[in-house]
Design a protein around this ligand. Sequence first.
Ligand code: ADP
Ligand code: MG
Length: 266
Amino acid sequence: MARVIVITSGKGGVGKTTTTANLGMCLAKLGYETVLVDADIGLRNLDLLLGLENRVIYTAFEVISGECNLEQALIKDKRYNKLSLLTTAQNRNKNDINEENMNFLIKLMDRQSDYILIDSPAGIEKGFYCAISGAKEALVVTTPEIASVRDADRVIGLLESYGINKISLIVNRIRSRMIRDNEMMSVSDVSEVLAISLIGIIPEDEKVIISTNKGEPLVLEEHLSLPGLAFEDIARRLDGQQVDFNNFDYFYNKPFKLLKQLFLGS
Ligand code: ADP
Ligand code: MG
């Protein structure tokens, strides 16, 4: 049985796809059979981030319609052969994949995988319920900005009302200088507000953008950068290992009271 985990957020553009790509690589590196499902129907880009866009021939849509089998639609990564990608169709508005189809696909992949990570659209967007329908666990990604945190709070509510209660938090794009100068919420502020368990802290780093543009996830680097280490730490925590947040203490500890008060309205 696979662990089926949806990577989601309230607001768009906070790092869900980046997180899915890097975590997937790390889990494959740890030896787990890992399938990444691009369920962001309108904005397919997980294939780009992984550098696999030229190899997409069949998508989940053809599997559902019986035009091909699952194996044909699963793209095996050449760097880590335990990693594969299943994309959903783009520009097929009439026949979007529905919740029932998604559950069917997850069941097909369940026995042969250890992890199925689903890259979802943001909570308010079309396709969100379809993306979460097969998941048992969720990782909610937020940046330390008020709008993103507030929307994360809403999406946590949606997930819980859908019966997904194992939810962990990833705070992405944190900047030490801004936290030091009390210009940005710290991770402790964010996790206090959202009251779910923290599983990852990822710093803002232009290397993340470069890797996105190159289609080479950061965690492929021989010497991991700070964000690369952050993704690896998250994978190990998912795997049940005890990994402390030592490298990221600085981001964690500085409380930013003003923003917190604004957010909580007190
Ligand atoms: P989402 O899937 O939530 O829409 P993406 O993963 O596509 O978000 O990321 C949106 C943009 O933000 C991308 O250009 C990505 O490179 C950038 N980004 C994400 N995380 C970071 C980070 N930690 N530092 C710098 N840029 C980042
Ligand atoms: Mg995305």
